[in-house]
Design a binder for this molecule. Structure first.
Ligand SMILES: [Mg+2]
Length: 233
């Protein structure tokens, strides 16, 4: 029997890649360029937040006007991408989490498994982070933090764009949202998908388990276990 096609929607930070503080640095440099202030992200805990939400916090925490939010966010996005690209290229600190590259290469051998991104990152920044490590080509479609502020809306968009892109009406029980924070689990469940939490980011397995994902993994080193899970689980 041929299994129904599956869709895997991956988060970026903490799940596929780590950027060793360079995202925060790029944001601070972009804010400095626009508003001439420094240390603007102080106190913001970014895990699981979308970049629109983070930018809104930056404005609020620094008493900056949120008038013409879209215009300000566009400017911030473009500048942050410029800074991020330069910082990523200048540093050997960012990397892929353990097992990621081999897992993606394995998954690409399965014609019934399809990949997408569902991330709070500004689209350009997500592509920069993946391209830095040569894995951007695995993800031709996605939903991003530049599209929507709310993570459920981002994941819903990732799902709908994937349906269009692949031309497949993926069953929700064959749609998996994979991320490193409780918010990936909660918002994945909100779109009716199944969820896998991976403890490579800021949250330990015990913490992730409390949010009852369909599975919690220490990392992506067990490739055959992961593939069994998403194909048969
Ligand atoms: Mg993450």
């Amino acid at each position: 029997m041929v299994a129904a096609p599956g869709l895997l929607i991956f988060d970026v930070d903490g799940t596929l890649t780590f950027s060793a503080g360079l995202t925060r640095l790029a944001f601070e440099l972009a804010v400095r360029d626009i508003y001439s202030i420094t240390d603007s992200t102080r106190g913001i805990v970014p895990f699981g937040l979308t970049d629109r939400a983070i930018f809104r916090m930056i404005l609020k925490n620094n008493n900056l006007s949120n008038g013409d939010f879209e215009g300000q966010f566009d400017r911030f996005s473009g500048l942050s991408a410029r800074h991020l690209e330069r910082e990523l290229n200048a540093s050997d600190k960012p990397g892929l989490h353990t097992g990621v590259r081999a897992l993606l290469e394995s998954l690409s051998n399965y014609s019934d498994i399809h990949l997408a991104l569902g991330t709070g990152n500004i689209e350009q920044n997500a592509h920069l982070k993946l391209a830095r490590h040569g894995i951007d080509h695995f993800f031709p479609v996605g939903g991003f933090g530049s599209d929507e502020e709310d993570r459920t809306a981002i994941l819903d968009l990732a799902y709908r764009r994937s349906v269009d892109y692949y031309g497949i009406e993926f069953e929700k029980r064959r749609t998996w949202v994979i991320g490193d924070t409780p918010l990936d689990v909660i918002n994945g469940r909100n779109i009716g998908a199944r969820t896998i939490a991976v403890a490579t980011g800021a949250f330990a397995e015990q913490e992730l388990l409390k949010h009852e994902p369909d599975a919690v993994l220490p990392d992506f080193n067990d490739r055959s276990g992961f593939i069994r899970l998403v194909k048969d689980g």
